[in-house]
Ligand binder design. Structure first.
Ligand SMILES: *Cc1c(COP(=O)(O)O)cnc(C)c1O
Length: 405
């Protein structure tokens, strides 16, 4: 189907929940994707921080092909090896003792919220159920996770929301203290707020949060759906922020593009889940877990994490240079290959300029550009992004000047 026809059919047959860029992507290789007309694009979106190994990575493709031919799905009525192997791998490389598998980030956070409530109920009674989350956060689109998400635009029109949530200001410990009471069961946050516009948690703030939670037996929940799987240069962001959570959620990059989610916890917390209290039909199915195992192996055994760390530093430094050079750049934030550029102008215009130059980037909010490329991105590819950005900033600065006079 030609792109025009595809757009018309999408407008006719799909529920209109997305505004899409006007291209139709048909295949990918490494950090590049190709549209229907054969045009090449450098991919700094990576399926929104999902394609950590890029497109068509041979190890991932082979793992999926082999597993698809052998066994795709069985349900959790039976044992399957990829699921247990993946849990073992995640446990051996994290703070956690046990894993629950599901199919998305929102579902992983649902599991985390349910686990925190279950833990608090069984230990302190049914009056302990509140979860404190952050303003400007993002935790998913189910009813519980839009309630957890501290952004009006995500919640509006879906009321009544779930009871039992409170909202603190990110990086502001005093608001945590003010919201905490005998009903508080957990505090949930992203180590780097992604969708909210790329804001990094302060180390000192996290350290105080950790001590505060430990003293009161409040569960500290890290949503690493976006920051996990090497995005920040270590397998998980918490490793370099110097603080260990009690529960951690993963999804996006975990299986390199195959849908999967995971909720990880220490034994003392995980034991609140007993047979029958939580479940997922697809959760941890052999196909998704085989894909995730391949991703884990590449990240843990190869040089991808080191490369991601170095490229993250290069990208951060180059973007910081843009701030010195272009008035439209207000701030540059991030860790590793999760970088954000706050602009004084509409981010959508810059996204469109870059698309026209064959570079895919994405906006997080109205004024923030977000860069979450595959972890295999190279310096030359980053330089191409910078050229596209420079051209766009120059053009848009000219326009900004025109409108001022
Ligand atoms: C993307 C994201 C989610 C939601 O994941 P879905 O797979 O879309 O449900 C939750 N938390 C964070 C931090 C995310 O970036």
């Amino acid at each position: 189907m030609p792109t025009e026809e595809l757009r018309d059919a999408a407008a006719k047959y799909l529920m209109q929940t997305y505004t899409r860029q006007p291209i139709s992507i048909v295949r990918g290789r490494g950090s590049k994707v190709y549209d229907l007309e054969g045009r090449e694009y450098l991919d700094f979106v990576g399926g929104i921080a999902v394609n950590v190994l890029g497109h068509g990575h041979p190890d991932l493709v082979q793992a999926i092909q082999r597993q698809a031919a052998q066994l795709i799905h069985t349900s959790n009525l039976y044992y399957t090896e990829p699921q247990v192997q993946l849990a073992k791998t995640l446990v051996e490389h994290s703070f956690a003792d046990r894993v629950f598998f599901c199919n998305s980030g929102a579902e992983a956070n649902e599991a985390a919220i349910k686990l925190a409530r279950r833990y608090a109920h069984s230990k302190y009674g049914a009056d302990r159920f509140e979860i404190i989350t952050m303003k400007n956060s993002f935790h998913g689109r189910t009813l519980a996770t839009i309630t957890a998400t501290g952004q009006d635009k995500v919640q509006k029109g879906f009321e009544p929301l779930m009871p039992g949530f409170g909202y603190a200001l990110f990086n502001d410990f005093a608001t945590i203290e003010a919201l905490t009471n005998e009903r508080t069961a957990g505090i949930m946050l992203e180590p780097v707020q992604g969708e909210g516009g790329v804001y990094v948690a302060d180390r000192d703030y996290l350290k105080r949060l950790r001590e505060f939670c430990t003293k009161r037996d409040i569960l500290l929940i890290f949503d690493e759906v976006q920051t996990g799987m090497g995005r920040t240069g270590t397998l998980f962001a918490y490793e370099q922020l110097g603080v260990t959570p009690d529960i951690m959620t993963l999804a996006k990059g975990l299986a390199g593009g195959v849908p999967i989610g995971a909720c990880l916890a220490k034994e003392s917390v995980a034991s609140a889940f007993i047979p029958g209290v939580h479940a997922s039909t697809f959760g941890g199915n052999p196909l998704a877990c085989a894909a995730a195992l391949a991703v884990c192996r590449v990240l843990l055994e190869g040089s991808v994490l080191d490369q991601a760390k170095r490229m993250g530093e290069y990208l951060a430094k180059s973007l910081a240079d843009c701030k010195d050079r272009y008035r439209v750049v207000r701030d540059v934030r991030g860790i590793g290959l999760l970088q954000g550029v706050e602009l004084t102008i509409d981010a959508k215009a810059v996204v469109a300029d870059c698309l026209a130059r064959g570079v895919l980037i994405n906006a997080a909010g109205e004024r923030v550009l977000r860069f979450v490329p595959p972890l295999i991105i190279t310096q030359r590819e980053i330089d191409k992004l910078l050229e596209a950005l420079a051209a766009s900033f120059t053009r848009r600065m000219g326009e900004a000047k025109d409108t001022h006079h």
